[in-house]
Structure formats: C-alpha cells, structure tokens
Design a protein around this ligand. Structure first.
Ligand SMILES: CC(C)(COP(=O)(O)OP(=O)(O)OC[C@H]1O[C@@H](n2cnc3c(N)ncnc32)[C@H](O)[C@@H]1OP(=O)(O)O)[C@@H](O)C(=O)NCCC(=O)NCCS
Length: 194
C-alpha cells in the first residue's frame, strides 16, 4: 500500500514538473534549468522532496526518482549524475558532480567543480578557468557544511566542516581544513576486524 501511494505521488509530481523540464529542454538549456532548479529548491517538506525528484529525474544526466533532495538544495549544472538511493540534506549547492549509490549528504554541503573556476593572469586580471567534475563514490557519508572540491572514494566518511581539496581514497574518514585522514570509516574498520 505504502509503495502504491509513493508511486502515485511520483506520477503526480512528474506530471507537475514536466512543463518546467520541457522548458529547460530536459537539461539542455542551462539557464532555464537553473531557474527552475532554484524555484523547486523552495518547495517545503515532503511535497518539495517529490517535486525536486520529479524535476531532476527529467533534467539531470541521470537521477533516480527515489533520490531525496531537501529544501533549499539545488544542482547548478544539468550534467550531474545521481545514482539510486541517495539522500541530500537542506541548503546544499551542487556543481559538476556524480554521486554514487546510497550516499548520504548532510545539510549545507557545497560541491565545487574543482578549484580552478577562475585563473588570474600575469596582469592580475581574472579569466575563466575550468570546471572539473567531482566524483563522490557509493556509500559515502558527507557531514554537514563540508566543502568538496576533489574526488571522494567509495565508503568514505567526510567529517562535518571538512574541506576536501585532494582526492580521498576509498574506505577512510577525513576531517579538517584541508581534510586529512582521521582513520578508517567505521564499517570498513568493522569488516577488517572480522
Ligand atoms: C567524522 C565523524 C563521523 C566521527 O568519526 P570517527 O571516526 O568516530 O572519529 P572520532 O570521533 O573518533 O575522532 C577522530 C579524530 O577526528 C577529529 N574529528 C572528528 N570529527 C571532526 C570534525 N568534524 N572536524 C575536525 N576534526 C574532527 C576528532 O577530534 C579526533 O581527533 P583526535 O584524534 O586528535 O582526538 C563525526 O565527527 C562527524 O563529523 N560526523 C558528521 C555529523 C554530521 O554532519 N551530521 C549531519 C546529519 S547526517
């Protein structure tokens, strides 16, 4: 019964979000995509969660309908990929990112598209740099207010407030600014003990 109600809710919100996705060219028109991404970010509670899942499932490169994306959060670029069973907390801003299956992202997390979006020439003038996609592996836990600017391997825990500037290998926990290893992620430690 619960799954039937969920499926009906998804169908309703897919239908409601369809005109917005169509105007955004199903992710082809970045400006329009972002306009609606920010509008959908303002939808409160569970209604907003369903509306965002509906919109992004039609506009991101890939996004499962079961993704939970909380209030205030939006994707900046339609090239993002979100694998199934991902949960993203409130007020996150997500750049060029690929998020692996079953990863949990807390609130106020920022995923930057690398760290070289602007470069300063010898004359001191800022010019356009490059936007590097960031991969976050499956089964990761990204703590509140973390800033992620480099790849994060599978099963990694990123502590609250960490600033990730270098790629993080799978299965460890990192904390601090810049983020450094503080140990094995608990599940990895447990399976090594067995
Ligand atoms: C990372 C975390 C999971 C703890 O992992 P842990 O492996 O149990 O680590 P410990 O608590 O044993 O701490 C290990 C070391 O890391 C440090 N550390 C832990 N969390 C830290 C953080 N957020 N920032 C800086 N250092 C941190 C500890 O002070 C400790 O340092 P020490 O060895 O010098 O004493 C936890 O601190 C955390 O940040 N959780 C995220 C919480 C959150 O954001 N929740 C939002 C809702 S989902």
């Amino acid at each position: 019964m619960k799954s039937l109600i969920k499926a009906a809710a998804h169908a309703i919100f897919l239908a409601l979000a369809f005109p917005c996705a169509l105007l955004a060219g199903f992710g082809r028109f970045t400006g329009v995509f972002r306009l609606f991404a920010q509008a959908f970010a303002l939808g409160p509670g569970v209604i907003g969660d369903y509306a965002r899942a509906g919109y992004y499932s039609m506009t991101l490169r890939r996004c499962s309908l079961d993704t939970r994306i909380a209030f205030g959060t939006y994707f900046v670029y339609p090239e993002a990929v979100v694998e199934p069973s991902v949960a993203i907390g409130a007020y996150c801003i997500l750049g060029h990112v690929r998020i692996g299956r079953h990863t949990q992202i807390a609130s106020h997390v920022q995923v930057l598209s690398g760290t070289r979006q602007h470069v300063r020439g010898a004359d001191g003038v800022l010019r356009d740099g490059m936007y590097t996609p960031v991969n976050i592996g499956a089964e990761c836990w990204i703590g509140a207010s973390a800033l992620i600017a480099a790849d994060v391997g599978e099963g990694v825990t990123v502590a609250a407030g960490a600033v990730v500037l270098q790629p993080v290998p799978a299965g460890i926990s990192v904390a601090g600014n810049p983020a450094r290893p503080i140990g094995l992620a608990k599940s990895a430690a447990k399976s090594m003990e067995q």
